[in-house]
Design a protein around this ligand. Sequence first.
Ligand code: AFP
Length: 320
Amino acid sequence: MELSLYFSKLDLSLLKVIQAISKSSIEIEECIRYSALKGLHGVHSNEQNSSGDIQKKLDVISNDIMINHLTQTKCCSILLSEENDAPIYLQKEYSEKNYVVAFDPLDGSSNIDCNAPIGTIFSISSHNKEQVLTKGNQIVVAGYVLYGPSTELLLSVNNTVERFVLSIKKQYIHIGKVLLNGKKKIYSINEANSSAWNSDMKAYINNYKINGTKYTSRYIGSMVGDVHRTLLYGGMFCYPADKKNPNGKLRLLYEAYPMAKLLEDAGGKAIVGNNSKQRILDVILKEIHQRTPILLGSIEEVNKYEQVLQKKLKNIKYKI
Ligand code: AFP
């Protein structure tokens, strides 16, 4: 069934916002698919965006496409993009029918030029009168689009994760619900940073290695690709705090909140790590470009990290 039909019972304004994101992603997909032929590889300029990343041409194009479609809905009050320094205020008057949309228009963009998976990550939240967004718990819909061998849209609506695939006719077709029940033994982390990890992370990851060949390692370096595999196959994905990045690398609002919502709604878990069991969705947003460490995956795998913390509390020497 096609996306709009599938969600035909949703609140109309919310549906319009979802449709705007799906339309944007179809345009972005078109740009990505032919990027090498259209001269869309490479950097936009050597200037860094608000998050300190160098913007690629496709980062800028994708951002414009998203802002354009979301503005046209007239159902959004505030747009928060990873590519913009400040919020974009679209409605002067507060109305509970308006939504706040936060997005990373093209995540993993360092993978564009080598044709590896990349994605758009987003969340739609009800408008809190006082503040832009205080916690991930205000998210009504979270999702991502994966531009890979095929283009997929995953959406968490009413606490259920739905999976759509883009058809030849450029329509998103529902192919099923996602429940994190895969049992593949995979750990996913950038091991090049291991010398800078803190002792909790060293102990946790070491547990995966001492089990002989029971576990395998997979790391794309594109959060959408790594999280998608985790949702479908199981295992865990982590971008921890380390000595180089004491707050981690990933952005709370644009990357961590939406992925945490999807993981939890699919039956998994998403926590801060970094000596803390705190749920990502409970972390208070103090600044829109704030970074956070993150550990997500099946309950079984995330609990293994919590066991490391327990041992630490009891002062049991863990193996590093
Ligand atoms: P880019 O957008 O610069 O490619 O960064 C991608 C990303 O934000 C996220 O998608 C990855 O999980 C993470 O960074 C990879 O970071 P490392 O290259 O440091 O492992």
